[in-house]
Design a binder for this molecule. Structure first.
Ligand code: MLT
Length: 404
């Protein structure tokens, strides 16, 4: 008789954004006439930039002819894309990353979930609290976290690093030394960032303790301040302790197209075993590559026209972030984030729990956000609003919320 992976039974509820989608669908079914504004999941609303569309059309045309048709992509991704990434995202920022250290994928969510597969089950994992739920849930599924503790609303075998208003939503070194540390900056969900000096502190800490940092930089395009690092490889010594994950979803609107990449440096080793080799083995066995047309679209992001157009889109969403931040602040809300990130993190008014405020907003003004407690126990009493809506909807949402 077959059995199941019982670790799945340790997971409380469904995936956060699936829960929210179900609640919205139920409300809309009861109230079909209501116009709901969705600032919950960080899904983009602007169409793909013209340079990207042009590249997609060109690649589709290539696929129509025997001479230019493409079948399976190379394991790590096409060289034209990996070279463009290495040059523009790393070498131009004085980060010494080689195309051979880059693995193209169908997005940072999958990479952040899959990467733990090359790590031992005995690793002790540290995450920020609140945190993007994929890091925790995938380690639960693998059996690395122990049981869920209803009282603490945490997993007994995980290390949680509280990110609260008191520490500017930046984690501190935990009491117990972790083997693996997940960091995400600019942060999802709080929109906070850390300085280069602070990140260097984490790199030094990891190298000293033999820990691995999994650095999710999916939101780096939203950095506006000088001293905020775009890549962990801006820090000295990061190549011996860090994997970096990047996405085309947020900077170039690929949420429905799917493209991302992981950087696994050749210098990153455990007991003499190269993590680059392990990830190459895993990638080659389990993945057949992002489609050629999508990788061509990704390469268009790095052309002069593509760069200018995606910069404009990022500015469009950041105008939304400022609208949310300033509108709520002026109305007396306690807000943070929104300066180097497309998320605004606010304190729920009147001591409402995160889910109570979610219901208030949905039922009273038909605006959807994400309850902070969905990201972890320290997110209770907070709420996340996404800047990825349209400008018009963002203005309308803030008008509705501030009139409540
Ligand atoms: C979010 O809303 O946190 C993100 O859009 C989710 C994701 O990128 O998977």
């Amino acid at each position: 008789m077959f059995t199941i992976n019982e670790n799945y039974l340790k997971l409380p509820g469904s995936y956060l954004f699936s829960d929210i989608a179900k609640k919205i669908a139920a409300y809309q079914k009861e109230n079909p006439e209501k116009e709901i504004i969705r600032l919950g999941i960080g899904d983009v609303t602007q169409p793909l930039a013209p340079a990207i569309i042009e590249a997609l059309h060109g690649a589709v045309e290539e696929m129509a002819h025997a001479e230019t048709f493409h079948g399976y992509a190379p394991d790590k991704g096409y060289v034209f894309l990996r070279e463009a990434i290495a040059k523009n995202d790393y070498q131009d920022r004085s980060c010494d990353i080689d195309p051979e250290e880059i693995f193209v994928s169908d997005g940072a969510k999958c990479d952040s979930g899959n990467i733990q597969e090359i790590l031992g089950l005995d690793n002790k994992i540290a995450v920020c609290d609140p945190v993007y739920p994929v890091y925790v849930d995938t380690n639960v599924m693998a059996g690395r976290t122990g049981n869920y503790n209803k009282t603490t609303q945490n997993f007994d075998g995980m290390i949680y690093m509280p990110c609260t208003a008191e520490n500017n939503f930046a984690p501190e070194f935990p009491k117990e030394t972790p083997d693996v540390i997940y960091l995400c900056f600019p942060n999802n969900p709080t929109g906070s960032t850390i300085s280069k000096e602070q990140l260097q502190g984490w790199v030094d800490y990891a190298n000293k303790n033999g820990s691995l940092i999994i650095y999710d930089a999916a939101y780096e395009a939203y950095i506006t301040e000088e001293d905020v690092p775009h890549s962990i490889y801006e820090c000295e010594g990061a190549k011996t302790c860090a994997i970096e994950l990047r996405s085309f979803s947020k900077n170039a609107g690929f949420t429905g197209v799917r493209l991302g990449f992981a950087v696994v440096p050749k210098d990153l080793k455990s007991g003499g075993v190269s993590l680059n080799d392990l990830w190459a083995r895993r990638h080659g066995t389990k993945y057949n590559g992002a489609p050629y047309i999508v990788q061509k679209a990704g390469a268009a992001v790095y052309t002069e026209a593509g760069k200018a157009q995606v910069k404009e889109q990022v500015a469009y969403y950041m105008r939304n972030a400022h609208t949310i931040y300033n509108g709520l602040k002026d109305a007396g809300y306690t807000v943070s984030g929104g300066v180097n990130a497309p998320y605004v993190w606010l304190k729920t008014p009147g001591n409402q729990t995160s889910w109570e405020f979610f219901d208030t907003l949905l039922h009273e003004v038909n605006v959807v956000g994400t309850p902070g407690s969905g990201f972890g126990a320290c997110g209770e009493g907070y709420f996340r609003l996404s800047a990825f809506g349209t400008y018009e909807n963002t203005i309308e949402a803030i008008k509705r919320i501030t009139k409540m």
